[in-house]
Design a protein around this ligand. Structure first.
Ligand SMILES: Nc1ncnc2c1ncn2[C@@H]1O[C@H](COP(=O)(O)O)[C@@H](O)[C@H]1OP(=O)(O)O
Ligand SMILES: [Mg+2]
Length: 404
């Protein structure tokens, strides 16, 4: 087993979770994990900065949590060829490892770093599958993924047992709501993009009394430079963007691998002819026929930029494109973790995010959003004409469907 680095956790060790029988000070047995090191540095200890930002400590913790989760999502495992004498080959664990591992890591880091008040997390994953007979191996691998990511960073002198890992994932069961503070997490947003090796995001927000007050988006495959007029592919550019926003303090972007944060703002285009728009890569996630009708009504000339996940909100916030359109098929219920972080990243960059009727998104109703038809985002100049085009196109679609 590996020597553990000295503890840098702010909280006394052991932290007040999970039950003390759930973690040990010994690292779990090596599972031949390897990760791209890319000059990873130990993330700085989280401390509240005298910045005038009332959520500075929470923001620093959130950035640390999603950065570590993004590292976990890049892990490859070295496994022996068959026959073993042929050496080792690189293999990626499967998607549930990463999604579960990411949620656990974020939950653990937040609990270690943010000590004030009760801890509430509204998140996508739960432990049901992992507690089933036959899930022992995957649970062990997730436990290793989490522990090795923590050990590699060196900030925490701690290692979790399987029971501690199960309990950390179950912390995400909160129902949220209008009072108190709730963290809101999508551990891997855009699973389809993740599986394709395209865009995905680790999206984390904080609700305070029903309002989103901070949001961070780790986008491991998003180029640091603009993706305007591309389909989100990197063409050799440096990838790995971390967006962060706190209410009243603006939106920033920095490299996931360390760079000074820079303020970003949405684009200032006021003529839709010059605009481009983002939408889901997957036609099953958003009605491409409806978005094409909206774009046509507006006079948008550029083809849609189709990328997965809340990386679209980040790209919009830094002005890579002017409009985001999302119209899931009938019956789909939006979850708060799919929009909480993205929406504040855009609004703090000067943009507007509403439903198809022009209402603000309400994150205080529990795990789901109650909204009218779809979600749209753009700058203040374009919003009035966008809303008009959206409502006309929806009306036309309704009439066409009722004629069928
Ligand atoms: N049938 C569906 N319709 C709309 N969105 C969906 C559907 N299935 C999954 N999603 C979610 O939509 C989001 C991605 O949207 P997109 O990439 O198209 O913008 C993800 O949160 C994804 O879930 P998940 O986070 O589990 O991947
Ligand atoms: Mg999602």
């Amino acid at each position: 087993s590996r020597a553990l680095a000295p503890s840098r956790a702010r909280l006394p060790y052991p932290p007040p979770f999970p039950a003390s029988s759930s973690f040990s000070t010994a690292a779990s047995p090596s599972r031949l994990l390897s990760r791209p090191r890319r000059g990873f540095q130990r993330l700085p200890p989280v401390r509240a900065m005298a910045s005038g930002n009332p959520y500075a400590a929470e923001l620093a913790a959130a950035k640390k949590a999603v950065t570590l989760a993004a590292r976990l999502c890049k892990v490859t495992r070295l496994v022996p060829f068959s026959p073993p004498s042929c050496g080792l080959r690189s293999e990626r664990p499967s998607a549930p490892h990463f999604s579960g591992g990411s949620q656990i890591l974020v939950s653990l880091v937040l609990k270690m770093e943010v000590s004030s008040g009760p801890f509430s997390l509204v998140a996508e994953e739960d432990s049901e599958e992992l507690r089933k007979d036959g899930a022992g191996e995957i649970l062990e691998e997730i436990t290793d993924l989490v522990n090795e990511t923590l050990v590699d960073d060196g900030s925490y002198n701690i290692s979790f047992t399987k029971e501690g890992i199960l309990s950390a994932i179950d912390d995400g069961k909160s129902e949220g709501g209008p009072s108190g503070r709730h963290w809101v997490l999508d551990p891997i947003d855009g699973t389809k993009g993740f599986l394709r090796g395209d865009q995905y995001a680790i999206a984390l927000a904080l609700l305070d009394e029903g309002k989103v007050v901070l949001g961070v988006l780790a986008c491991p495959n998003l180029p640091l430079s603009s993706i305007s007029n591309t389909n989100g592919s990197s063409s050799g550019d440096q990838v790995g963007a971390l967006f962060s926003a706190t209410i009243g303090c603006g939106t920033e972007v920095e490299s996931l691998y360390g760079s000074p944060a820079q303020k970003v703002t949405v684009c200032s285009i006021d003529n839709p002819v010059d605009a481009s728009f983002f939408e889901s890569y997957e036609s099953a996630h958003s009605m491409h026929d409806l978005t094409s009708s909206i774009a046509e009504k507006l006079g948008v000339l550029a083809p849609p930029v189709r990328i997965d996940s809340q990386a679209k909100y980040g790209a919009l916030a830094r002005g890579d494109g002017a409009i985001y359109l999302r119209f899931p098929h009938k019956g789909y219920k939006e979850k708060i973790w799919d929009h909480a972080a993205g929406s504040i990243v855009v609004t703090e960059a000067g943009g507007i995010v509403t439903d198809a009727a022009g209402n603000d998104l309400d994150f205080s109703k529990g795990r789901f959003l109650e909204l009218d038809t779809g979600i749209i985002a753009t700058n203040k100049q374009l919003m009035p004409s966008l809303l008009k085009a959206v409502q006309q196109s929806i009306e036309e679609k309704k009439q066409a469907t009722s004629l069928l």
